[in-house]
Design a binder for this molecule. Structure first.
Ligand SMILES: Cc1cc2nc3c(=O)[nH]c(=O)nc-3n(C[C@H](O)[C@H](O)[C@H](O)COP(=O)(O)OP(=O)(O)OC[C@H]3O[C@@H](n4cnc5c(N)ncnc54)[C@H](O)[C@@H]3O)c2cc1C
Length: 404
């Protein structure tokens, strides 16, 4: 009797066609140009324009709002390919994807109609803002606040930190405190859809009160900007509370935590992509470079490194796709998304370091791509929850599921 199995690497014809298209785009348009944009720390505008044409900003947005209506599994396959090219490119769509997920899941019909069609084309792009100068892991310590005014608008005051796409975005899904006395604290936060002028450091007119300081200088993850956001008397209409005022006021914490679950599958895919690229570079270099009269790939010590890298890549890919498939099937996947994020981001770091070692002294030179990967990979250990925080999430969920 035939045993039915579901391979996590299995792809539908549609997925295969899209992945082929994205891989070609990465090989022709991202890999040859990443070095330039990385060195100049320049926003890759022409690449972003091509991504709009390919429809990549609307992959998961339903067709009725102008997107492709594809599932999370297909999305993580695409993110893996983009990250194989350059993780900064996946950074351009990561927060946008989280914003569109929040709108689809929690937005009112008016909000969906207003934003999703223009988000699907990439005409407007989204940022996602939880972190502040004094907090990242401890989200409930958020100090930025919003207070209702006599005219019905909410005035937002406070400072946000590390906002990816903070300058180029038109929308920021921002979590702020709306009830300082709430107990427990997480019942006092609201997610606002803060509109802004893309590219403007000083917003004026209806968006006055929102300033974007110069982008933060970083170790890697160049090109895509990370900024602070300073809210000082910024007025947000009540209808820009995610889900509307009645449904969304003080519901922001749970909404954002839900979004982090898909965000983690997405970061895991970025780990797989960078690990895959490191493996490709190591496989090539180790067959070209000779020591002691033979290619270094023929030394067992190097072969063992390649073997460990390939095993890590495959395991990270399986965990990531499993978390995405479970989410698509409507199953709880918080534990699985945490495991995928933890394992794949650490696999990314591991594979990049092993590939760096295999490159010997040349790995330390800017002539070789591995040098960029070495600066890019550590971000994945931090963003969307550090490895320590993932272990906390996994441990807590394990005990919940296996309570005696
Ligand atoms: C390039 C970049 C882009 C980013 N983009 C965004 C973005 O778009 N939007 C956004 O909101 N944020 C963004 N972040 C912020 C990111 O999410 C935070 O940096 C991350 O959550 C960690 O928070 P933190 O830096 O405040 O570290 P902290 O929370 O101060 O943690 C410091 C250290 O302590 C550990 N730690 C903390 N609490 C515990 C605990 N209870 N038990 C054990 N160990 C603990 C952490 O694991 C870490 O090792 C970005 C960060 C970077 C670097």
């Amino acid at each position: 009797m035939a045993v039915e199995t579901t391979s996590y690497t299995e792809q539908t014809d549609e997925q295969r066609a899209i992945i082929e298209m994205v891989r070609q785009f990465v090989d022709e348009q991202i890999l040859p140009k990443a070095e330039h944009y990385d060195a100049a720390d320049e926003y890759p505008e022409p690449i972003v324009e091509q991504m709009k044409e390919l429809g990549l900003f609307g992959v998961t947005i339903p067709e009725e709002y102008g997107g492709m209506g594809l599932d999370l599994t297909t999305y993580v396959m695409i993110v893996e390919e983009l990250s194989r090219g350059w993780i900064s490119i996946s950074g351009v769509i990561n927060t946008h994807f989280i914003g569109s997920y929040l709108l689809q899941k929690f937005g009112s019909e008016e909000q969906k109609q207003k934003y999703l069609p223009r988000m699907a084309t990439g005409e407007i792009r989204a940022a996602f803002s939880l972190s502040e100068p004094e907090l990242g892991s401890d989200v409930q310590a958020i100090k930025t606040s919003a207070k209702k005014q006599d005219d019905g608008t909410y005035e937002i005051n406070g400072q946000k930190m590390w906002v990816t796409n903070g300058l180029t975005s038109s929308l920021v899904f921002v979590l702020v405190k709306t009830d300082p006395d709430a107990q427990p604290r997480h019942k006092g936060f609201t997610c606002f859809i803060a509109e802004k002028e893309p590219g403007a450091s000083e917003n004026t007119g209806e968006y006055a009160g929102l300033t974007v300081p110069p982008k933060i200088k970083k170790l890697g993850y160049k090109g895509v900007e990370s900024t602070e956001l300073v809210f000082d008397g910024y007025r947000c209409p009540a209808e820009n509370i995610l889900g509307g005022e009645e449904a969304g006021l003080n519901k922001g914490f749970a909404q954002m935590m839900d979004a982090l679950e898909v965000g983690r599958a997405n970061v895991a895919a970025r780990g797989v992509g960078i690990a895959q690229r490191a493996l490709e570079l190591a496989l090539r270099y180790s067959q070209e470079r000779k020591t002691f009269g033979k290619p270094i790939a023929e030394h067992q010590a190097i072969q063992f490194k390649l073997a460990d890298m390939a095993t890590q890549v495959e395991a990270a890919r399986l965990l990531t796709r499993r978390a995405a498939r479970m989410k698509d099937a409507g199953e709880r996947s918080d534990l699985e998304a945490g495991m995928a994020k933890l394992f794949a981001s650490e696999a990314g770091r591991f594979c990049v370091e092993e590939a760096f070692r295999i490159h010997g002294g040349y790995g330390y030179s800017k002539e070789y791509e591995i040098e960029r990967l070495y600066r890019d990979a550590p971000l994945l250990l931090i963003g969307e929850g550090t490895s320590e925080i993932q272990r906390m999430v996994i441990g807590r969920k394990l005990l919940q599921r296996h309570k005696i």
